[in-house]
Design a binder for this molecule. Structure first.
Ligand code: DQA
Length: 143
């Protein structure tokens, strides 16, 4: 099984960026944790971050035929991007929405996710653990 982890804008700043909300781990430290767990689970992963909406759309398109599941922290694009929603729907790869913070306990504009309706489910509020929960959900996507 191959799982694609995609990370949206500003997540490259994790570790320094509002640690009281997003925690003190860098994205690369989170990636290390995901890689360690995926080795135990014997699944292959790819891990990317982009600040560009179009690049994320391209990565979703290119995932078709190569990946079985996408685990997506679309960051701020979660709340705005019809393009990401359409890309997920277009490729038809089961996608799991994840967030470090509990978006429902924050500002009202974060309560709405443009992508939730085309994702299998949403994991939010567990910090770096959301990535590991996303991995577990991906591995078990077919029951
Ligand atoms: C986030 C939540 C979003 O609202 C925010 O724009 C982010 C990160 C999270 O992981 O908690 O950049 O997706």
């Amino acid at each position: 099984m191959k799982i694609l982890f995609l990370n949206g804008p500003n997540l490259n700043l994790l570790g320094k960026r509002q640690p009281e909300i997003y925690g003190s781990l860098t994205l690369s430290e989170i990636e290390d944790k995901v890689r360690a767990r995926s080795a135990q689970l014997a699944v292959e992963i790819d891990f990317h971050q982009s600040n560009s909406e179009g690049e994320l759309v391209d990565l979703i398109h290119h995932a078709k035929g190569s990946f079985d599941v996408i685990v997506l922290n679309a960051a701020a694009y979660t709340h705005t991007s019809i393009a990401l929603r359409d890309a997920i729907a277009a490729v038809g790869i089961p996608t799991i929405e994840i967030h470090l913070s509990n978006i429902h306990a924050r500002e009202e504009f974060r309560h709405q996710s443009m992508i939730a309706g085309v994702c299998r489910g949403q994991i939010a509020g567990f910090g770096a653990q959301s990535y590991l929960l996303g991995l577990e959900a991906a591995v078990n996507i077919n029951g």
